[in-house]
Design a protein around this ligand. Sequence first.
Ligand code: FES
Ligand code: FE2
Length: 332
Amino acid sequence: MLYPNSWYPLCTTGEVKKGEVISREAFGFRLAIFRTVGNQLGLLESRCSHIGADLSRGRVDKDCLVCPLHNWSFNVQGECVHIPCTDKIPPKAGQRSLVCMEHYGVVYAYLGAKPKFPLPKFPDLNKYVISGVTTIDFDASYEMAVANSFDEQHLSTVHRRNVIGEQKISSSSDYNFSIEYRADITPHTIYDKILHMMGIKQNHMLLDCWGGNILLFSHLGTRNLMIISLLPVGKVCTRAYITTVTTSGQGLVSSITDWLRVRLMHAFTMMFVSQDVKALQGMDFKIDNMLPVHDTTMLKWYQHWLKLPRKPAWGADQTSSTQLVSHGTKKT
Ligand code: FES
Ligand SMILES: [Fe+2]
């Protein structure tokens, strides 16, 4: 399966430490993610291009990942830079690689040859604090999990929030799909009861989706922001990375209260998300029976997702449908 060209979350920033390598499954592949001693991140296909040892069981030496079997060394671009037994590096001695970046506490890799859009940020958020990242695994396709965020019916049936009027749909690029709406909050959960006690009986949401898998939620008029990004571990196995973000004030007192507030908001966020997870586990997503009016937003998002560019990266092995970039080393 070819996945859309996008930034995909692979691990939290704390999971891959300087001078260490970890293993991850994604897109049906095993990957080795490492951080060099100089703090550069690298992501390589785990199967060594020599005879196939697992690079995620190797070690980091300065700027390279070293294979555990014959100690071939690969840099973050996947180029083979050293073979202990010879000076002649063969042309096929290179690992497929992806570009990595850290963002709101998560390490992302761009699936494709060259990033077509930057990692999305919350606008006007100069100084911020994040909650820490929660991950959730579930047995359903990632596109279904994203489609759920655009499912208007589930807002009332799962979350007891009733949309007022129409959802406003917009798109700022081929990779973006956004909706804005207002919803009445029913005091059903502890979180929603607290909101009612605070006089908040309605919320105004902006939901910004990038690359088909990164969702930025903004509660407009408040400092409550959330980013959920989805990783297709396999065809029907998905991992969600969830981070709550809020603006941060100046001074020590403010940093302590901001720290506490963002964690409390995150706990409430996770209660909200757990309602979705309960309803979505084991779902076999199908679209042919969607209702023309009530499922319109979800259907439009799905049509947008189908049209997202999915070009294999330059040099990719088309026969295996992989989108990892191939970095063979020049002939010597
Ligand atoms: S299998 Fe990796 S160097 Fe030989
Ligand atoms: Fe939901």
